[in-house]
Design a protein around this ligand. Structure first.
Ligand code: ARG
Length: 291
């Protein structure tokens, strides 16, 4: 007699695709001012340690088959290492950032000059306050966007027009999670992870409707900056402190790759903050996706 195979939920096979990333070496990183609750200018920064962590991040991304370009960082712009804030690039179209705080204002034109020297189909500076991938997460057939701390709904409207993609506005309510990429991570075109308490009740309803199967992170995962990770569809590069999130990713067939960015966290950033992706546009909505 043959015993029936035990019923076991199987995680889908995840497929990595090679990505193009843009990073900026933290040669001038320091915490000289405080524009988010993580920053304390009285806490010393160990720049060699920040540089060493960043070099590991770069090497790990390259070792997993991704291309990494670097933007020269400029003196006097200590937050320039957080390249995710430099703009949004999808399918060769780029919108460069306009920063909320005067301390970071010059990063917008600095990154814009770098974009202008690339082969892009279009490039424009944002006319609304817009900190790039900090608040805008490309999710295949839509863009998820944070609102509440750094940008407004008019920035969402500008992004929707520029990229001709629907933008889903999500209100952030906890100042520790001041950018969308501190509270939500896109894992692939249909899968996300997020920390519900960082969002308003209305935003949580939207997320539950659009992503009923999302991975929910807990407070420790979020405070460890685990959601500030980067996914290539299979590997997820994220902080090792996000232990429950790491277990949940594994259970869903992803391969978590721990990358310690604790020195950069003194500036309020983690893995994702340091990585801008030049996204290839994928236009076909996945089957059965909500509008
Ligand atoms: N100190 C920077 C700021 O407050 C950190 C930016 C982090 N970047 C990010 N993509 N969340 O603007």
């Amino acid at each position: 007699m043959t015993a029936a195979a035990p019923l076991r939920a199987t995680a889908p096979a995840r497929v990595a695709t090679s990505r193009r990333y843009v990073l900026c070496r933290p040669d001038h990183f320091e915490v000289a001012y405080a524009i988010n609750p993580w920053m304390d200018p009285a806490t010393p920064v160990d720049r060699p340690r920040a540089l060493a962590q960043w070099e590991i991040l770069r090497a790990v991304l390259e070792d997993h088959g991704h291309s990494v370009e670097t933007v020269p960082c400029e003196p006097g712009l200590p937050d320039m290492v957080f390249a995710a804030n430099s703009g949004i690039v999808i399918g060769g179209h780029a919108l460069s950032a306009r920063f909320a705080h005067p301390e970071r204002a010059a990063e917008g034109p600095a990154f814009h000059r770098w974009f202008a020297a690339r082969e892009l189909r279009s490039l424009a500076p944002a006319s609304e306050t817009n900190e790039g991938e900090g608040d805008f997460a490309f999710a295949g057939h839509r863009i998820l966007a944070g609102v509440g701390f750094r940008c407004s709904l008019s920035a969402h409207a500008e992004v929707e027009r520029y990229f001709d993609l629907p933008v889903v506005s999500l209100e952030l309510v906890d100042p520790r999670f001041y950018h969308l990429d501190t509270a939500l991570m896109v894992l692939d075109d249909t899968t996300i992870a997020y920390y519900p308490a960082a969002f308003s009740p209305a935003a949580r309803d939207v997320l539950t409707t659009l992503y009923p199967d999302a991975i929910l992170a807990d407070e420790n995962d979020a405070l460890s900056f685990g959601l500030n990770g980067v996914s290539d569809g299979h590997h997820v590069f994220l902080d090792p402190g996000a232990t429950n999130l790491i277990a949940a990713l594994r259970a869903r067939g992803f391969a978590p790759i721990p990358v310690d960015m604790s020195e950069l966290r003194k500036g309020g950033g983690g893995v994702k903050c340091c990585v801008l992706e030049l996204h290839t546009r994928r236009d076909t909505p996945p089957p059965h996706s909500p509008a």
